[in-house]
Design a binder for this molecule. Sequence first.
Ligand code: SAM
Length: 238
Amino acid sequence: MNENTLSIRLERVAAHVPAGARLADIGSDHGYLPVALMRRGLISAAVAGEVASTPFHAATRTVRDNDLLQRISVRLADGLAAIRPEDHITAISLCGMGGETIRDILDNGKAHLSGAERLILQPNGGEQPLRLWLMQNGYRILNEEVLQEGRFHYEIIVAERAESVTYSELELYFGPLQMRTRSPAFLAKWQHKLRHKRKTLAQLAHAQQALPDAKVQELTQQARWISELLAFDILHAV
Ligand code: SAM
């Protein structure tokens, strides 16, 4: 992967960035996403934010090597603190981090959000708490996608501020749009998760050291939800 050839995952994220956007890519690492989008003429300005110095220098190098220092600002900052009002950011991408980390970055950085930005989020796990934060903070999920790259399944969640919306427990767990679209990648992800949860439950049943009851109950309930989803019954429960 480089600024010419993105991974399948980042290519799908790129597809959700509106044409002409002023993008803040937070946790940009090597800066490939904003540089690729700028090279393709798909965004008009960008900020690449990084909290750690090695990726910050890597992003600076990618931007400089592509002669884009005038159009992409690389900033060493924690989360949304990389964004300044004069950037007039219209889209924010937060990709390749745990859902809880993305949630915390959004929550800690609320002061830097105008409310008009499109959020393009690609959590690695922790989708449920991230969707809960979106709901509790007045965001509506506009688009969702599950994709597979190699052995891994990734989710992309696109959200914008809207009139308040309420998602059920199941919608927060599976994704309100995905659970209706039921793409092949989505079904494959949940088949894989169900196998994993059943295996964990079987191991726990044989283990000497018991897990707290609440944890076992949570796992059992999730396994039931997933079996029902895969059997298609769950839509009746939404
Ligand atoms: N976004 C790229 C992608 O999806 O390929 C890079 C993902 S990389 C696994 C996660 C990056 O997020 C790391 O470079 C890390 O330093 C950065 N990061 C983690 N927490 C951050 C924060 N609070 N603010 C800015 N960057 C952060």
